[in-house]
Design a protein around this ligand. Structure first.
Ligand code: ADP
Ligand code: MG
Length: 366
């Protein structure tokens, strides 16, 4: 099922009666979610991810804009009639019910023509449970399950209705690191098997990057960039997106373009003949540094950490926006740890320039 969001906007009225400061939680959100894909909706806390999700499922009414499932306009449809499955961060299982009863619960509420026989309900519940691999736990109570298992029950409960769209709101946030990794692989597998159009909300860029067919990066209610995770990482449209994606994060410097050269401090680090003069922000991915005794970019060496295949060089630079500059280089590069400075050549395709005021990307020939 393709999902179309058209100029979707949500404005919350002011909570404080004296002020008129309303909150524009989602601002003119337009995006088509292709059928059968997993979309990662990504952004910092408070940027409007949950609100977007709740408008898709109908728990929040859009202030303006339209929502279509396929060709159906569902904008004014109630949540029950949209055919969505929703999973929250806190699994919200009924503690007094068994796993089986929890999964069957949404089916028991079906009325009229949709009403199902007991046998069909059970069969569906077992199918959903098998999909998330908890069919051996059906008679347990939620308190007898681990966090990861509880979240699987919540996912099974969302799947049992055979939803047209599956919506997951930070579903892994309550799990410990190992389970988080395992469960996100599970969600990817389940999504591939069921081919249900899925929106996965998270503030964790690594999580979104690892499982999404496409990511949508949001900031303050506004879409910043949409694309395949690798494409967005390789070609961020603005400084916000560049900083939001990547571990370790991108290194940002104050820079200036003069006569076709990009300067960081006094170092002319890159030739950019097609860029106009002016002050800029320079973003350099950690993997964009190549140690080179004759390289143009000089930093003060702080430490070198060897991590198997890679070496992480920690340095400082007066123009750096962060206290430390982190670069990751191949272990074959020998770095003199006793030296005071380290020099680099930069990989052109790992260096991004952004306009000083707007922070929009300035493109140059790579
Ligand atoms: P996210 O899920 O990305 O953390 P939300 O969608 O929950 O962000 O919130 C977006 C913005 O809308 C925030 O500024 C939040 O405070 C505000 N907001 C969310 N829900 C409400 C509400 N029911 N009433 C008023 N403001 C709200
Ligand atoms: Mg949220």
């Amino acid at each position: 099922m393709k999902v179309v969001l058209e100029n979707l906007t949500k404005i919350f009225p002011s909570r404080n009666k004296k002020s008129n400061e309303e909150v524009v939680a989602v601002n003119d959100f337009t995006f088509t979610i292709p059928d059968g894909k997993l979309i990662g909706l990504l952004g910092p806390s408070g940027c409007g991810k949950s609100t977007t999700l709740y408008m898709i499922c109908g728990l929040q009414k859009a202030t303006s804009g339209k929502i279509y499932f396929g060709d159906d306009d569902v904008t004014d449809l109630s949540p029950e009639n949209r055919g969505v499955g929703l999973v929250f961060q806190n699994y919200a299982l009924y503690p007094h019910m068994t796993v089986k009863q929890n999964i069957i619960f949404p089916l028991q509420n079906l009325k009229g023509a949709d009403k199902l026989s007991k046998e069909v309900m059970l069969e569906r519940a077992y199918n959903a449970a098998k999909l998330v691999q908890i069919d051996n736990l059906m008679d347990r109570k939620p308190s007898e399950l681990s966090g990861g298992q509880q979240q699987r029950v919540a996912i099974a409960r969302a799947l049992v209705k055979m939803p047209r769209v599956l919506l997951l709101d930070e579903p892994l946030s309550n799990l410990d690191a190992r389970l988080r990794l395992q469960t996100r692989e599970e969600i990817r597998r389940i999504q591939r098997e069921t081919k249900i159009t899925t929106v996965f909300v998270t503030h964790d860029q690594e999580e979104a990057m690892s499982i999404s067919d496409m990511i949508v990066v949001m900031k303050q209610g506004v879409i910043q960039q949409i694309g395949a995770p690798q494409d967005v990482y390789d070609s961020p449209k603005n400084l916000f997106v560049a900083k939001f994606l990547g571990t370790p994060p991108i290194n940002v410097f104050k820079g200036e373009v003069r006569d076709g050269k990009l300067y960081i401090g006094d170092d002319a680090v890159l030739d950019v003949p097609d860029v106009q003069n002016g002050e800029v922000h320079v973003g350099i991915r950690p993997e964009g540094f190549v140690p080179d005794d004759n390289g143009p970019f000089c930093c003060m060496l702080k430490s070198v950490e060897v991590m198997g295949r890679d070496v992480s060089i920690i340095s400082t630079n007066d123009a750096s926006a962060n206290p430390l500059v982190r670069s990751i280089v191949n272990a074959e590069h020998k770095v003199d740890m006793t030296a005071r400075t380290v020099r680099f050549t930069l990989k052109r395709n790992k260096v991004f320039i952004f306009e000083k005021e707007s922070e929009e990307r300035i493109f140059f020939e790579v």
